[in-house]
Design a protein around this ligand. Sequence first.
Ligand SMILES: NC(=O)c1ccc[n+]([C@@H]2O[C@H](COP(=O)([O-])OP(=O)(O)OC[C@H]3O[C@@H](n4cnc5c(N)ncnc54)[C@H](O)[C@@H]3O)[C@@H](O)[C@H]2O)c1
Ligand SMILES: [Zn+2]
Length: 390
Amino acid sequence: MPRFPVVTPQRSYDAIIERGLISRASGYVPASAGIVFVVTTEDVWKLFGAALESALRGRSFKVLFFPGGEERKRLSEVEKLAEQMVEAGGDRTSLVIAFGGGIVNDIGGFLASAFMRGIPLVQIPTTLLAQVDAAVGGKTGVNLVSGKNLFGAFHQPLAVLIDPDALATLSDREYRAGLYEVIKCGVIRDPELFRLLESRHDDVLARGPEVVDRIIAAAVRIKAEVVSADEREGDLRRILNFGHTVGHALEAETAYSRFLHGEAVAFGMKAATLLARGAAELPDADCSRILDVIDDYGPIPALDGIAVDRLLARLQSDKKTLKGKVHFVLPERIGAVRVVSGVPDNEIRSAIEEALTGLWGRMSSCAAVVNRRRPINNRPQLNKLPHIGH
Ligand SMILES: NC(=O)c1ccc[n+]([C@@H]2O[C@H](COP(=O)([O-])OP(=O)(O)OC[C@H]3O[C@@H](n4cnc5c(N)ncnc54)[C@H](O)[C@@H]3O)[C@@H](O)[C@H]2O)c1
Ligand SMILES: [Zn+2]
């Protein structure tokens, strides 16, 4: 049973990976807790409610249904849930279990952070993306009209209970969307995980239990280590944003409706990889392996109608919000990345164009298309943040 400690100034806890863990969840809810509020969606409750219900037998608990969907991850829904808690007798001794995909982990976590100024939380993520990412690390929150995840709090849970059995019912598309975040972990910090994703491709897609448990453990270990070193997104936590700079622009440009988050990140990782290669910072062989593995776990929805200019404009507007700095996480080799800002616009444009056209295709090497690269000492100096990697 792998267990990964997350150690933060706010709280130290474990992310635990174990098949069948949902039905043993009560062991992680302190005996002293009052009413346990389970925040979930109807689909998840239909699938796994019986297992959690049996775990909570003998405890006082109430299930609160949240409609689900990015457009409902809003403050107004948090307020509705909080009112239901008060009506049901919730108080400072109550505890929230956020039981579902990343949206439920975010909204349930935020509810716990603010209800009566903060009550304990247990995260039980049920999508791959939530298990390897959203539920670990204490970031909670909701969307504003002006942007995603702009309103929230850091609220670390008592435990993150990861039951890989839950993934059996996940749609193929949602599962693959989560896999892209696992690929991200391999690129930023774990060459062995990356090799596993390459060599066991068919088993991973078939959700073979042994390999699924291994990739979840590897990804959770990385998230737990990074968050423990840097809870509040200083330099180190930023490495988790590999693929997210352009990925977020793509999600926003398509109104969060064409691409799942992981799919947009897949595209963003390609753009960042080509950007790194264009800057002669990433060897051809590693560049090809990263692009290939992303394609092998695809496809992502068609990129028709996506204009480079529109994506660049999105990055420019992010720049304004981020005090003039757009950060890119660029691989130097598989397993090591560095965070840079101040990348010239023309280089970003070329990388996005290449990612959009997919010209590298199944060509033998990235060098076939990346012929504009210049030696590093001839290019404008990037504003380099501390070197991160193995
Ligand atoms: N807080 C963080 O650090 C962090 C990190 C990454 C992502 N996120 C957030 O996570 C959200 C995306 O999460 P997601 O990808 O899990 O989407 P999601 O929560 O919408 O879940 C996807 C769908 O799968 C359903 N589902 C959940 N578990 C299932 C299962 N086991 N079997 C079948 N269906 C199941 C859900 O009800 C939903 O319809 C975004 O809002 C994103 O901002 C947060
Ligand atoms: Zn992500």
